[in-house]
Design a protein around this ligand. Sequence first.
Ligand SMILES: Nc1ncnc2c1ncn2[C@@H]1O[C@H](COP(=O)(O)O)[C@@H](OP(=O)(O)O)[C@H]1O
Ligand SMILES: [Mg+2]
Ligand SMILES: [Mg+2]
Ligand SMILES: [Mg+2]
Length: 391
Amino acid sequence: MSASIGHNPFLLRINSTNQLPISKLKFPFRFSVSTTPARNRTFASMSYDTQLAAAKKASSLAARLCQKVQKALLQADVQSKSDKSPVTVADYGSQAIISFILQKELPSIPFSLVAEEDSDDLRKEESRETLHRITELVNETLASDGISPLSEEQVLVAIDKGVSEGGPHGQHWVLDPIDGTKGFVRGDQYAIALALLDEGKVVLGVLACPNLPLASIAKRDESISEDKTGCLFFAKLNAGTYMQNLDGSSPTKVHVSDIENSEEASFFESYEAAHSSHDLSSLIAKKLGVKAPAVRIDSQAKYGALSRGDGAIYLRFPRKGYREKIWDHAAGYIVVAEAGGVASDAAGNPLDFSKGRYLDLDTGIIVTNHKLMPALLKAVQESIKEKVSSL
Ligand SMILES: Nc1ncnc2c1ncn2[C@@H]1O[C@H](COP(=O)(O)O)[C@@H](OP(=O)(O)O)[C@H]1O
Ligand SMILES: [Mg+2]
Ligand SMILES: [Mg+2]
Ligand SMILES: [Mg+2]
């Protein structure tokens, strides 16, 4: 793993392999409050209310930190020049806050966290100033909620709780502290994405999207820039999906688009062509007769926007060999599923979050409503075949 600290104290460039030394693996924990063995419990019997409240609090505080850093980044006019995945002090700060708050709010539940970042680079001598800045940011954010400050070591320990491997047994939090870091650095969309796995299934998810307008982004007039932004989506198994203002308004229930005619559908995809083939998605859209141009935005904000019907389809086709990580999809997946949507890989298999830190997938991820899925799947499979045979 390597990292170099740029001129701006808010930005770190990092080259992460996501490989973890065996010595860092955490024993998978069971939910200890219940006296029933985990495998015998039914998901319906669990309410997950305390976990959801803790997840909402943790994500909202992390969003506060991210908003502050993004403002500073933009004022400093930093640009992402490297083709390596950027990591900012906000990625680390967000992970530290969420890890710390979840443990603080849920003291009686054994804690297992599968998260994107680790502190290996931050522990290096050359990162001292950065660690100091991260700790300062974390403490300013915690103070705004009346929480006592953490030491630099406590910040590192909180970040490193994220080394869990997840898996099919017990409960595991799944965290992307900033999803869409490239969008974050550009001043565009990003999300703080937190989900809970229980026995390998996603049972709750929270998506904080500080730059997403509260109003629909479908057919938005780009010239109107004073749209209110900052959405918090949350979903619990069998309990629906809700959206509220990040500042804490009362939640409203959301539902995916009920469009049946694919010609009327619009679709989301990654802003970054390196993350998802824009060529393949345009071929699929053509086959479906989609008229609207692709809506390209960063991060799981796409899942949030889809869950409230801003668009009807999300297409993601990474280059061959890319392995999707569970934190890039777990929260978004349940937010869409509980809003009446469906996600699968390109072969129509459901997404399986029980396999550890990665998703095992056939080719890509497609998300839509139940009515459009059969036609979408057909168009996807035909398009993939055509693309492969034309190579
Ligand atoms: N070559 C690649 N193909 C597909 N996804 C990639 C990728 N390189 C990075 N990503 C993932 O794409 C995520 C952003 O998704 P999106 O394209 O929807 O904005 C990144 O999350 P992070 O920003 O958390 O690192 C990263 O995990
Ligand atoms: Mg990243
Ligand atoms: Mg991500
Ligand atoms: Mg991330």
